[in-house]
Design a protein. Structure first.
Lengths: 252, 584
């Protein structure tokens, strides 16, 4: 009961101080930075990587995935690993999490990370993300496969992809339109390119390799075919989706 | 053809230097089957696996230009033009090139070496410090000299070695642990080995030595470790040090006033690319690397001589004759470790006297022409986008315009160009360089405390990307998938008119290139790139005439040589050294 109350309180604090949906404020990050230096750096180090297999700056944790998990670890500690609990105010905990999520960079954006299972429900339900994206062998191949997206992109980049896809689209994923000398039009997503050729997956999910000398027209677009979900999801939903995407670490 | 007959005339005057003559001597010694006579001539050349072992005298090095069939120094000749006078392969027949042989290295990692070829025998270094002697006609190996650098060695950027030098019957190599080794050219055994500097303090040697007269000249790398650079000459017979020029002047020496307090003690000034030599002036020219720490120039106020400079030294004594600094008080890691290219041309019109020039496309993005007798600045113009300086003043000093913190600087940290060798063709009178275009970085300054042998960088940088966190260009290519794309920069071969600094044509690639450039007397230009394509261009127009997909990144300088009347072009791609020649 108390825990729920704390969570609600924390949520209220976050909501009041946030600049953008699903993000922590610059004030949170700065407050967290001061707390980190005083309370955490002794064991975790100035770069957050002194504890084996943990890299706080890059989001590599042993016992946490969501922000709520992080808050629990900070408050309760991990006695088995020698980490004590810290009796901090909810706003202080938020500050620390914000600092971690900003990658220790005071000028960066700190994205909130919610509940992955709720995010998965949104991904498969309301968002309809599976209509274009493939995850762990399920879904079409036109858009980038997201099975390992959590290990190659930051929370900030994932959130940007959701609200403003073109501004976060990696250049390699740019949509390609090519017209061959015999008049065929090929559209797809770029997989690789060099001076003389381009490799792509076309809208029929075929792997295609084109020689540029065989093309009459060749265009690489900078607008993502993905729509913005800024109006579809609120801040908490974005945080949950980011949490789900971050949980996708790839399969062998 | 004119060239060929002139060469034949020269060889007839040079005893022991002509391959046929040398072969006949070998036969007379009775090594060959007795029934073969000297008169068998050309037929023997095709059958007999013999090679000449004419000594590479210092006189031959002086006249390397006349020995078109050989490649006697890292940059081909002392002028470092990487221009081959061979003309069998032409724009008309270059499409008939075919692979003649491949040497697969058993060592992985960027292979930056330029081979030497001496009378049919090739000498090439491979990682970390091996030297391989092979038959330049077949690629079959005679011997491998293996040197294991001390575990104390520290290099910033991989176990690179860019090549060897030769004098007499001795091959010279600098090592990652800052030794200089002399190797017998026939047996592949070490003759002497001297420590040039202390490896555990971060000193190394990664460039090919330069032999001038009876001395072997090398400099030391380690610009990321707070070293104090120097160039030193060693007696080729004994390895005894003959002279040393310090690239960071000590108290009491001229130039020391460009440093404050103790900053000079970790001032950098590394040497990691081979210099050039002008026999008439008896000056040897070397490009000097970045100051230490790399990025935080607030830790070292002043111009920081002779970092980011070219120095002209008396080849006999190492005495500094002149210097020219490209980037004073550099916070961008703009090492001036480009190969000094010496050219003689009518400066500003045919009516003028022929000028002795030093031309230089610098990592800082400017192309310079200097008078190489005096170091006088003649002209300088940007060859890529530059925003760290608005212009050069009348003495060639940049008017610096540092960008606000967090803003991109052009050219980026790897520079408008870098260490990869440019080329100059006296026929086209154009200077060719591998440039990086559309590439910028955002610098970060931090305070670094010097600790012996430890990284001393003073900050760092990130490459400007269109999307935060997108993949960027690395130092070397690590994947066959280019997921960084041309959105973060691409490579171009630029053909620059040295008189005007103008780019006459450019050949663009999708990925960046760290390949050197070779031009030939038939107006061909050969170059590679990180994508693994080996391209032949028309040196006059930049038109692509031929290409081969070799698969691995080309980060060395292509070179050309001739054996038994056949011209070869050799290039290293990935872990393979490949030799091309015309189809039979």
């Amino acid at each position: 009961m108390i825990a729920i109350l704390c969570a609600v309180l924390a949520l209220a604090v976050q909501t009041s101080s946030q600049d953008h949906p699903g993000q922590y404020s610059a004030i949170d990050i700065e407050a967290g930075s001061r707390l980190y230096a005083g309370q955490c750096a002794l064991c975790h180090g100035p770069n957050g990587d002194l504890v084996t297999t943990v890299d706080l700056r890059r989001g590599r944790f042993r016992h946490a995935l969501s922000d709520e998990d992080l808050g629990r670890v900070i408050r309760a500690g991990i006695p088995d690993a020698g980490m004590p609990g810290f009796a901090l105010q909810p706003s202080e905990v938020d500050g620390l999490i914000a600092f971690l999520r900003a990658g220790f960079d005071l000028s960066a954006t700190a994205v909130k990370v919610g509940h992955p299972e709720r995010g998965q429900a949104l991904f498969e339900g309301k968002g309809g993300c599976g209509a274009c994206h493939r995850v762990n062998g399920k879904g079409p191949r036109g858009a980038p496969d997201l099975s390992d997206i959590g290990s190659i992109r930051s929370p900030g980049a994932l959130q940007r992809s959701l609200v403003d896809p073109s501004s976060a689209m990696l250049p390699i994923n740019r949509p390609v339109r090519a017209v061959t000398r015999d008049g065929r039009t090929i559209r797809g997503r770029r997989l690789n390119e060099d001076t003389y050729s381009v490799q792509l997956i076309d809208d029929q999910e075929r792997l295609v390799s084109l020689m540029k000398t065989d093309l009459r027209e060749y265009e690489v677009g900078t607008t993502s075919p993905m729509p913005s979900f800024a109006k579809t999801f609120n801040g908490d939903e974005l945080a949950n989706l980011v949490a789900y995407l971050l949980s996708l670490k790839g399969t062998q | 053809m004119k060239m060929r007959s002139a060469l034949d005339f020269f060889f007839s005057l040079a005893p022991g230097a002509h391959p046929r003559r040398g072969l006949s001597l070998t036969l007379r010694r009775g090594v060959a089957r007795p029934r073969l006579s000297v008169a068998a001539g050309a037929a023997v050349l095709l059958l007999a696996p013999f090679h000449v072992h004419a000594q590479v005298s210092s006189d031959r090095l002086l006249r390397a230009t006349a020995e078109a069939r050989n490649w006697l120094t890292y940059s081909g000749t002392y002028q470092s033009q990487r221009y081959s006078r061979l003309d069998q392969i032409t724009p008309a027949n270059v499409a008939n090139l075919e692979q003649k042989w491949v040497l697969q290295a058993q060592v992985f990692g960027a292979w930056q070496a330029t081979p030497l070829v001496v009378d049919g025998i090739m000498y090439v270094s491979q990682r970390p410090n091996d030297v391989v002697a092979l038959d330049a006609k077949t690629g079959r190996v005679f011997w491998i000299y293996r040197y294991t650098p001390s575990p104390d060695q520290r290099v910033c950027c991989g176990s690179n070695n860019r090549g060897v030098a030769i004098l007499g019957d001795t091959v010279f190599m600098g090592t990652l642990d800052a030794h200089l080794v002399a190797i017998d050219a026939r047996s592949g055994r070490a003759m002497w080995n001297v420590a040039v500097a202390e490896a555990k303090l971060g000193y190394s040697i990664t460039h090919a030595p330069l032999v001038v007269k009876d001395k072997v000249i090398v400099g030391v790398g380690g610009g990321e470790f707070g070293i104090r650079g120097f160039i030193a000459a060693f007696d080729a017979k004994t390895g005894k040090e003959a002279w040393r020029f310090k690239t960071i002047p000590e108290p009491g020496e001229p130039g020391h006033e460009t440093w404050k307090d103790d900053a000079w003690k970790s001032g950098g000034g590394s040497i990691w690319v081979t210099g050039s030599y002008d026999p008439e002036l008896n000056l040897t020219y070397w490009g000097v690397g970045n100051p230490g720490p790399d990025w935080n120039n607030e830790q070292r106020p002043g111009d920081n001589l002779y970092t980011d400079s070219v120095v002209a030294l008396d080849a006999d004594t190492g005495t500094l004759r002149w210097h020219f600094q490209f980037t004073p008080n550099d916070p961008y890691d703009y090492d001036s470790v480009q190969v000094p290219v010496l050219i003689d041309m009518n400066w500003r019109g045919p009516a003028d006297n022929v000028a002795k020039l030093l031309v230089w496309a610098n990592r800082n993005g400017f192309f310079y022409a200097l008078d190489r007798a005096t170091g006088r600045f003649l002209s300088g113009n940007p060859f890529v986008k530059v925003n760290w300086a608005s212009a050069l003043d009348e003495r060639g000093r940049p008017i610096q315009t540092p960008q606000p913190a967090g803003s991109p600087t052009w050219p980026g940290n790897q520079g408008g160009t870098n260490w990869y060798s440019p080329s100059y063709s006296p026929r086209t009178e154009l200077f060719y360089v591998s440039a990086w275009e559309g590439y910028a970085t955002i610098y970060r300054k931090e305070t670094s405390v010097y600790q012996p042998g430890r990284n001393f960088s003073g900050g760092g940088f990130t490459v400007l990307t269109p999307v935060p966190g997108a993949p960027t260009i690395g130092v070397g290519r690590r994947s066959p998938i280019n997921n960084w794309t041309d959105a973060v920069g691409h490579g171009s071969v630029l053909a620059i008119d040295p008189r005007s600094g103008e780019t006459k044509w450019k050949f663009e690639q999708f990925d960046v290139s760290d390949s050197g450039i070779l031009t030939t007397a038939s107006d061909l230009l050969f170059t590679g790139g990180r994508e693994g394509f080996f391209h032949a261009l028309d040196a006059r127009t930049g038109k692509l005439l031929w290409k081969a997909s070799l698969g691995g990144q080309i980060v060395n300088g292509p070179m050309s040589y001739e054996v038994d009347g056949r011209q070869y072009v050799a290039v290293i791609s990935g872990n393979s050294l490949v030799a091309f020649a015309l189809r039979n």
